[in-house]
Design a binder for this molecule. Structure first.
Ligand SMILES: Nc1ncnc2c1ncn2[C@@H]1O[C@H](COP(=O)(O)OP(=O)(O)OP(=O)(O)O)[C@@H](O)[C@H]1O
Ligand SMILES: [Mg+2]
Length: 502
């Protein structure tokens, strides 16, 4: 039997008023990848923060390489070879990649305090190369995409030479190519005897790279299974405590009149001659690779970026959308892919976040009406099944998936005619995904037109009435629900062959 690297036993933890972990256990062997699974709010990140010494446990024992540790601190964790890549990124934007990587352990020249930049650059380069990241180590982190920042976090963890490595939803913002190089790194680390704890909501990934799976539900330990001896269905059942029969509950809706039409919309260098329309009751999926211009399209429709050319019509009337306010007034809502950057104010409560784009509707005579705000909050918590103690909880203390639901709730409350969802289920667990799909069904039934940008192929195929594919700012494919296949979409997304006409 392989050496036991880590054992966490009977771990419990409460935050004021709630018990979030209750008698949880976890064992990690040398050279294995252990998946930690559970619905949003199950306690996965909290357990890992206890391991990293960020939160203290109320109860239980942690044994690392045979040594039982009373209370974990961040310093002990680092000393014991534990590195954690947290779900929320922790890099400093105005520092360079290499400065971030070696923060607090900079290389100095001899015994002086002078930083040895050459060595630091060389070391940083080594880890970037290992991950196949083509970036200059002197680049400021603030200039990187979320996916690139995620890769830098991984490079940083590698540079710490940890033998216990935790990856909390590392792939949520990565491109397929980045995911592949990450998986290669995971394989080679496993060969070297590193033990890894891998958190993800993507079932296919888990079954591809993990040896065993530990499942939590509502802060409780449900069980651990060998991947080779279980099935996705069994794991889902363990996570949610019930059967989820249909992953994509798409319903048939009678399509209404045209809601939105674009004619030759262009933005220099980003979007070229985009023309399409969406009808009430329709779900239009937009597929494409990262950087294909999908988010840019969402931004111009929402007035976050100007267009240079082209016309936009809503309900047959030409509209000019210069700023987000114009878009909201015209009945457009946008759920952004980057909830931390644009979607939410983490230090504010659920109620305050929900109120933000709805100030008009929630005020009377220029005053915000607390009663209306409160009932809106309660309605959203109830209908979206947001897991929170109350509407007064700060959004920053919610689990990742529940934060995503608050972003959606905030825009639903504006009662949009056209709802743009950019990666709506990223980081969202299987049960909550289904709730978001059910919600989309409810909206289209009411005549809302939905534009759903997504990189998850099963979701695009499962929920769209029609699919547009983008490549380098152009539409390179259009498929009806019936004719769409993964292969056709990938082909168009790679820019190859125009299937538009066929
Ligand atoms: N600092 C905090 N204060 C109060 N409650 C908290 C705090 N941090 C986490 N919680 C609560 O603990 C519970 C578990 O959260 P945790 O982030 O561990 O979930 P998770 O399993 O990582 O979920 P996800 O898949 O959405 O990331 C949630 O209900 C959350 O609201
Ligand atoms: Mg989490």
């Amino acid at each position: 039997m392989a050496e036991l690297l880590l054992e966490m036993k009977n771990i419990s933890k409460s935050f004021p008023g709630v018990k979030v972990l209750d008698g949880v256990e976890l064992r990690l062997e040398r050279g294995e990848v252990l998946a930690l699974m559970g619905e949003n709010g199950a306690g996965k990140s909290t357990l890992m923060k206890i391991l990293g010494g960020i939160y203290s446990k109320d109860q239980g024992t942690i044994t690392v390489k045979g040594q039982q540790l009373e209370q974990m601190t961040t310093a002990t964790a680092a000393k014991m070879g534990i590195a954690i890549i947290h779900q929320e990124l922790n890099l400093i934007p105005h520092l360079s990649i290499m400065e971030n990587m070696f923060l607090g352990r900079e290389f100095t020249i001899g015994k002086t305090k002078w930083i040895n930049w050459r060595l630091m650059r060389k070391e940083a380069q080594k880890y970037l190369d290992q991950l196949g990241i083509q970036l200059d180590p002197a680049t400021l982190v603030g200039e990187l995409s979320v996916g690139q920042q995620q890769m830098i976090e991984i490079a940083k963890a590698l540079s710490m030479q940890a033998d216990i490595l935790v990856l909390d939803e590392p792939t949520a913002a990565l491109t397929n190519r980045e995911i592949e190089s990450l998986f290669e790194v995971i394989h080679s680390l496993r060969e070297k005897g590193v033990g890894m704890i891998y958190i993800s909501h993507r079932m296919e990934e888990i079954f591809q790279i993990c040896d065993r799976i530990t499942v939590l539900r509502d802060g409780q330990f449900v069980g651990t299974k060998r991947t080779s001896e279980t099935s996705m269905d069994e794991i889902v059942r363990m996570m949610v405590g019930r059967e989820i029969t249909e992953r994509f509950p798409k319903i048939e809706v009678q399509l209404g009149a045209e809601r939105l039409r674009l004619e030759g919309v262009s933005r220099t260098g980003k979007l070229h001659q985009i023309s399409f329309s969406v009808r009430g009751g329709e779900i239009l999926g937009i597929a494409g690779l990262m950087g294909a211009g999908r988010t840019e399209l969402a931004r111009v429709l929402f007035g976050a970026d100007p267009i240079d050319q082209g016309r936009i019509f809503i309900d047959g009337q030409e509209v000019r959308i210069k700023k987000p306010r114009d878009a909201i007034r015209a009945g457009i809502a946008l759920v952004t892919e980057d909830r931390k950057e644009e979607g939410l104010v983490l230090s504010q409560t659920i109620r305050e976040n929900l109120a933000l784009p709805n100030l008009g509707r929630l005020s009377a005579g220029g005053f915000l009406q607390f009663g209306k705000e409160k009932s809106l909050t309660e309605e959203m918590i109830r209908s979206l099944l947001i897991k929170a103690h109350s509407g007064e909880q700060t959004v920053g203390s919610l689990s990742g998936g529940n934060q995503q639901k608050v972003v959606i709730g905030k825009w639903l409350a504006t009662r949009p005619k056209i709802l743009i969802l950019d990666e709506p289920t990223r980081g969202v667990d299987i049960g909550a995904k289904k709730e978001i799909y059910d919600l989309m069904n409810r909206l289209v039934k009411e005549g809302v037109a939905i534009i759903m940008i997504s990189s998850e192929m099963p979701e695009v195929l499962g929920m769209s009435d029609r699919i547009l594919v983008m490549h380098e700012g152009r539409i390179t494919g259009e498929f009806s629900r019936e004719e769409a296949t993964q292969e056709k979409i990938m082909h168009a997304a790679a820019g190859g062959g125009n299937s538009y006409a066929s």
